[in-house]
Design a protein around this ligand. Structure first.
Ligand code: NAP
Length: 240
């Protein structure tokens, strides 16, 4: 029987790549998005079996409706990929409280809202996989990205605790911590800084969305049944 995956933030970047890869690998794919209507329509044009589901992951009610829509179309969610995220590059002293709150709203409350809905289903089925997309900055911290780093560190703590709580219910919870990946999120990095980041990376390149999607596909598969609570760096060796 086909498994169903919900990928949050699937209209662009890493989430989009995950949606395409999981679809090609025989999953029912629910692709969450918020603002990028044009991009999600292009994805569905390319992969007509994908179900687009609009919701702001920071809003618990919208997340609940999203799960109802997926349930009506595909049945139970077997795999959740918490990928939706926003970044903020700013001096800490210039970071406004509403910016801090929005970052935590999307990057942390979003993970909480979606995982809670998914866990209810997965506990009932005594199986399921939750994959959180954090960041290497959540492990080591990034200057001028204090709020972002804090949200991503929260996702790492969340992963470890939830893996312990849900393990006895047959549910795996893991986390990927990407390095620098070529997506819109990094479009504003100037070319000198980008060159510096590349030269500091042992593999001498930045990553592609595909590198993260392949890791997520593995973690979702039966081959990863004995892996839980792990923080998996996919960063070209930037952080060792
Ligand atoms: P991206 O290209 O900027 O795409 C972000 C995605 O998140 C979009 O699909 C966007 O949807 C969605 N999104 C944002 N806010 C949302 C909300 N409130 N509700 C639902 N969806 C929302 O980013 P990316 O680079 O692919 O990043 C994906 C994840 O990887 C993020 O969690 C990011 O922190 C993490 N990450 C990225 C990198 C990197 O170098 N790129 C490195 C480490 C970790 P709409 O456009 O439809 O609003």
């Amino acid at each position: 029987m086909k498994k169903t995956v919900l990928i949050t933030g699937a209209s662009r970047g890493i989430g989009r790549e995950c949606a395409a890869l999981f679809c090609k690998n025989g999953y029912n794919v629910a692709a969450n998005y918020l603002n990028s209507e044009k991009e999600i329509n292009e994805l569905v044009r390319e992969y007509p079996d994908i179900l687009p589901v609009r919701a702001d992951v920071s809003d618990a009610e919208q997340v609940k409706s999203m799960f109802d829509k997926i349930s009506n179309q595909f049945g139970d969610v077997d795999v959740l990929i918490n990928n939706a995220g926003i970044a903020l590059e700013k001096l800490f002293t210039e970071t406004e409280k509403d910016e801090w709150d929005r970052l935590f709203g999307v990057n942390v409350d979003g993970v909480f809202n979606c995982s809670r809905e998914a866990a209810k289903i997965m506990i009932h089925n005594h199986k399921g996989k939750i994959i959180n997309i954090s960041s290497m900055w959540g492990v080591c911290g990034a200057s001028c990205e204090v709020a972002y780093s804090a949200t991503k560190a929260a996702v790492i703590g969340f992963t470890k605790a939830l893996a312990k709580e849900l393990g006895p219910s047959g549910i795996n919870v893991n986390c990927i911590t990407p390095g620098i990946i070529d997506t819109d999120m990094n479009r504003n990095i100037n070319s000198d800084i980008m060159q510096e980041l590349i030269s500091e990376t042992p593999l001498q390149t930045i990553g592609k969305s595909r590198d993260i999607a392949e890791t997520a596909l593995f973690l979702a598969s039966d081959s990863a049944d004995f892996i839980t609570g792990q923080i998996i760096g996919v960063n070209g060796g930037f952080l060792i």
